[in-house]
Design a protein around this ligand. Structure first.
Ligand code: NAP
Length: 292
């Protein structure tokens, strides 16, 4: 029997757990966890993502701060602000919303963050710790996917996992986590130069589609009984929604769902879990900073 992996419901459950932890911290006399978001310019997508992050903080009882800069801010001024945030004892974690304007080096900005406040998990120290299996902040999407597999009790040990996509925010870190001792999958990372992609995908017990190409994965690429995780979220025009677009995953949901054991829908699968991961990381940062 095929089961839908309900990311929306799972994210709601995790938010309730986080809220309960915050209530408990406050009852014991501590301050609330505090997350800041740095937003540069007025990119529509970034404005929306940051607004969601602030709303999520409010829902679980975190304090949040929005730090805004104009499109033309100098890299040095941004780095100076990051230094202030690094040193603010009342702040547990912060994120710099990407992408940044072209004149600013994203890598310089990421490396300016104190790794202990880098709740996006993008700093090379966090990435390096994750690779060697030390505690670290894990980037949001891989964190969310691992949490879904755990909460649905999906067997990973000894199973083959094929990940299509090798980006630094999704495919690559997920491939490392899936191969670690706690999870024990046998991992293949596929990308745009992979030959015989359909055949490789069809050999997967767990197939993760993270390529950003709507409905790329068809039924013939999926093994009977496989677990399918669809990371793709491409906006496509739609006359049926108020906004004029809708999100499409990388998987042909209707045909693939017939064949697999578990599948994440789009929307309502990996997306909500990505949002909640930032809250989990911030709670983890706060637990280290706030003495109870
Ligand atoms: P990305 O940086 O564009 O990386 C895409 C990867 O897929 C690359 O490694 C690329 O290979 C590979 N690829 C592209 N076309 C391919 C093909 N035809 N066959 C095999 N491999 C192919 O994308 P990303 O940032 O990882 O995001 C991937 C998708 O996930 C996007 O739709 C994005 O919107 C979505 N996303 C969703 C969430 C969420 O919360 N649900 C979070 C993050 C991202 P090369 O390396 O060879 O170019």
């Amino acid at each position: 029997m095929m089961q839908i992996i309900d990311g929306k419901a799972t994210a709601k459950e995790i938010k309730e757990e986080i809220k309960a932890s915050v209530d408990e911290m406050i009852k014991r006399g501590a301050r609330a966890p505090h997350l800041a978001a740095v937003l540069v310019g007025h990119d529509g997508g970034s404005e929306t993502y940051v607004a969601y992050k602030i709303k999520d903080c409010e829902e679980v009882g975190f304090k949040s701060t929005l730090v805004r800069f104009g499109e033309d801010v100098k890299e040095a001024d941004l780095i100076q602000k990051i230094g202030e945030l690094n040193n603010d004892p009342e702040l547990d974690g912060f994120i710099v919303q990407l992408p940044l304007p072209g004149h600013i080096s994203e890598q310089n900005i990421i490396e300016a963050l104190d790794p202990s406040k880098d709740v996006d998990g993008f700093h090379p120290v966090n990435v390096g710790k994750m690779v060697i299996g030390l505690p670290s902040f894990i980037s949001a999407t891989p964190f969310g996917i691992i949490e879904l597999l755990k909460r649905y009790n999906i067997e990973t040990s000894g199973r083959s996992c094929v990940i299509v996509g090798r980006s630094n925010i999704v495919g690559r870190p997920l491939s490392i986590l899936m191969s670690q001792k706690a999870i024990n999958a046998t991992v293949t990372v596929a990308h745009s130069r992979t030959r015989n992609l359909a055949e490789i995908c069809a050999g997967a017990d767990i197939l993760v589609a993270a390529l950003g190409s709507p409905e790329f994965i068809s039924e013939d690429m999926v093994r009977e009984g496989a677990v399918v995780i669809d990371v793709g979220t491409t906006r496509v025009p739609s006359s049926e929604t108020k906004s004029g677009f809708r999100l499409k995953g990388d998987v042909k949901f209707d045909e693939v769902a017939q064949k697999c054991s578990y599948i994440t829908p789009v929307p309502g699968g990996v997306g909500p879990m990505t949002r909640v991961a930032l809250l989990s990381n911030t709670l983890m940062a706060a637990r280290k900073n706030i003495r109870l």
